[in-house]
Design a binder for this molecule. Structure first.
Ligand SMILES: [Zn+2]
Ligand SMILES: [Zn+2]
Length: 346
């Protein structure tokens, strides 16, 4: 029995030991399973983290590119904004040089291209030094417009910075308002007596001598005449109103030295070449002769494109201001300029 008991115990023991082995085994499997599960979760989490991090990095890189691209565009736009100023400055430089040297430009567009391109290349160097942006630019065309006081300057721009590039032909409006009119000085450079102050030419004997050389009768009526130096656009438009208010409009126009649109007058770029008329739509002003107390006189028509031409035709006396002892007058052709400016009744 004892033995049996022992056996039973043994059996029991055996049973027990079998049970515990299974339990251990079971525990072991559970442990492995947990480890695998934990590992999988960890790997998943890691992968997710990497993906999120990558997205974040890419996002930041993209944002960086947008900022850098906006910055590039901003600098290029700033450059373009400067073009009309640079080109107006070039036009002014050329006109000042022509007046100083009393020598016309042989080809004002090509002279302007040279000056503009020089200024652009200095500007491009400045932009490269300040912003690291490479810009190549040059003036490719200057076109007349329907407004004779304004030109279209066309500039080719090519700009590169890293991955960014920009290429465009930019059109700028460049006007000649407030610049000097070189025509009188170019026509009269060989005659004595011409001078100018900040806004008017004073002809002294120069214009009358010039008219005498052209065979104009009554050339002496233009002794001490004057005409504008600075291009200013006449605000009294339509022009036929110059006779309004008993000639007061015309007096104001002449006192201010205004210029008027004219098919016969030269445009500004042709004036720089010493021409008083050209094939473009241009402008004209008047030469104010000396004041007079006589009436009914006739001399050369006072429009500048008539005076400074090979075809000088006569004008009759038009008195637009008769307040003083000396009358203020113009000589105008009766059927042309007198009509255009509404002075037929004068
Ligand atoms: Zn006017
Ligand atoms: Zn012209």
């Amino acid at each position: 029995m004892k033995i049996n008991n022992k056996n039973n115990e043994y059996e029991k023991d055996k049973k027990y030991s079998n049970d515990s082995t299974r339990k251990e085994l079971l525990n072991d499997e559970k442990g492995n399973f947990s480890i695998i599960l934990t590992s999988l979760i960890l790997i998943g989490f890691l992968l997710l983290s990497i993906i999120i991090l990558n997205v974040a990095i890419n996002q930041e890189r993209e944002n960086g590119e947008i900022v850098s691209s906006n910055n590039f565009q901003y600098i290029v736009n700033d450059y373009i904004r400067n073009l009309p100023l640079i080109e107006h400055e070039a036009l002014e430089d050329l006109s000042e040089e022509i007046i100083k040297d009393k020598r016309p430009s042989l080809d004002s567009k090509s002279d302007l291209k040279e000056i503009v391109d020089g200024k652009l290349s200095a500007k491009n160097k400045e932009y490269y030094e300040n912003y690291g942006i490479q810009i190549n630019s040059s003036l490719i065309a200057i076109e007349n417009t329907s407004n004779p006081f304004s030109y279209k300057f066309k500039t080719h721009i090519l700009s590169v910075k890293g991955d960014y590039s920009f290429e465009k032909i930019v059109s700028s409006d460049v006007d000649c308002i407030d610049l000097k009119d070189p025509v009188p000085i170019l026509y009269l450079k060989d005659y004595h007596g011409l001078s100018y102050n900040e806004s008017f030419y004073n002809y002294g004997n120069s214009l009358s001598e010039f008219l005498r050389s052209k065979g104009v009768e009554n050339y002496s009526f233009y002794i001490d005449a004057n005409s504008p130096l600075i291009i200013r656009k006449c605000p009294y438009d339509p022009y036929k109103h110059h006779g309004d208010d008993n000639g007061k409009i015309m007096k104001n126009c002449r006192d201010n030295g205004y210029y008027h649109e004219s098919r016969d007058g030269a445009c500004y770029l042709c004036r720089l070449e010493g021409k008083s008329g050209c094939e473009h739509y241009g402008f004209e002003t008047f030469i104010n002769p000396q004041k007079t107390n006589e009436t009914g006189r006739v001399s050369a028509c006072g429009s500048d494109h008539v005076i400074f031409s090979d075809d000088i035709y006569p004008g009759v006396e038009v008195i637009y201001n008769d307040e003083d002892r000396l009358k203020e007058i113009l000589y105008l052709d009766p059927h042309g300029h007198k009509v255009k400016y509404g002075m037929s009744g004068f």
